[in-house]
Design a protein around this ligand. Structure first.
Ligand code: TMP
Ligand code: ASP
Length: 255
């Protein structure tokens, strides 16, 4: 059922979340705004909202098919999706398959080294503190989640990594690392939330002599044209999923 946005619940750097007439359903609108380094760098990537909404819809529908419970309900427009209303945990869960980004900066590692088994890290979602890395003991101290929930988040993140690696491989892209967010439903079950897109995944094309970056690092570090990179990711996803729809009310409405 198409639901119109009602009260604006939250406006983040890249999305707006609205309440709808159905208390179980939120509407999520994706924006073209881009920020990096805790919003110290600000800009915009034309078409990013549509790319991230469409890519996330396909990826979340795929993960649901693989048995990963998540908040996605339907894509209802180019930059709009319906999601289940959840209580979002104030944690970011990062999984790393290769060294890159803050891991290299923090530990002095060379970029691009394979990590086996993959690394799982937790960050405290807190802009004022700059989203610090936290251990399970810090999470317990701050009462951000119970030890059992932390255990479940870690195992879900690794299962999601397994499925996402296969998904991105089908797009001829290597999943270097990514960030996840989770929420609790009314029964206290943990569901995958937020988005999975070139904003939240490092995606490298390893087909050439040098890795070709096709994600938000193009914007973060001025590595190339982010608009072209995001469009290429979208085209590769659409090619990989073929005619499959991400349960899209919007696309059905176009028939
Ligand atoms: P990092 O290497 O900067 O810690 O980033 C790890 C992964 O998390 C990378 O794929 C980008 C993603 N990420 C976000 O989605 N949001 C953020 O705010 C940050 C810092 C990273
Ligand atoms: N989205 C983050 C921010 O601006 C940073 C990032 O994605 O690198 O705070």
């Amino acid at each position: 059922m198409p639901l119109s946005p009602q009260e604006l619940l939250y406006e983040g750097k890249a999305k707006r979340i609205y309440r709808t007439a159905d208390p179980q359903v939120y509407l999520c609108q994706y924006k073209d705004n881009a920020t990096a380094f805790n919003a110290q760098k600000r800009g915009s990537i034309a078409g990013k909202g549509e790319v991230n909404c469409t890519v996330s819809s396909h990826v979340l529908a795929y993960l649901a098919q693989q048995g990963i419970p998540n908040h996605f309900l339907a894509q209802t427009g180019p930059t709009e999706m319906q999601v289940r209303a959840l209580h979002i945990l104030p944690l970011e869960v990062v999984v790393r398959n290769r060294t890159a980004g803050s891991l290299c900066r923090r530990l002095g590692l060379e970029q691009g080294l394979p990590i086996e088994p993959p690394l799982v890290e937790f960050y405290y979602k807190n802009d004022a503190l700059g989203d610090p890395l936290v251990t399970p003991d810090h999470i317990r101290l701050l009462q951000l989640a119970t030890p059992e929930q932390v255990e479940r988040l870690g195992s879900l993140a690794l299962a999601i990594n397994h499925h996402l690696q296969a998904f991105w491989r089908s797009c001829r892209l290597e999943l270097v690392d990514f960030k996840l967010e989770f929420g609790l439903d009314e029964r206290g079950e943990i569901l995958l939330a937020d988005e999975i897109s070139p904003d939240t995944c490092r995606l490298w094309d390893l087909g050439g002599s040098e890795p070709r970056v096709l994600d938000k690092d193009l914007f973060r570090f001025d590595l190339g044209d982010p608009v072209a990179g995001y469009q290429e990711v979208l085209q590769r996803v659409l090619q990989a999923v073929g005619s499959q729809s991400p349960l899209s009310l919007w696309e059905k409405g176009q028939d």
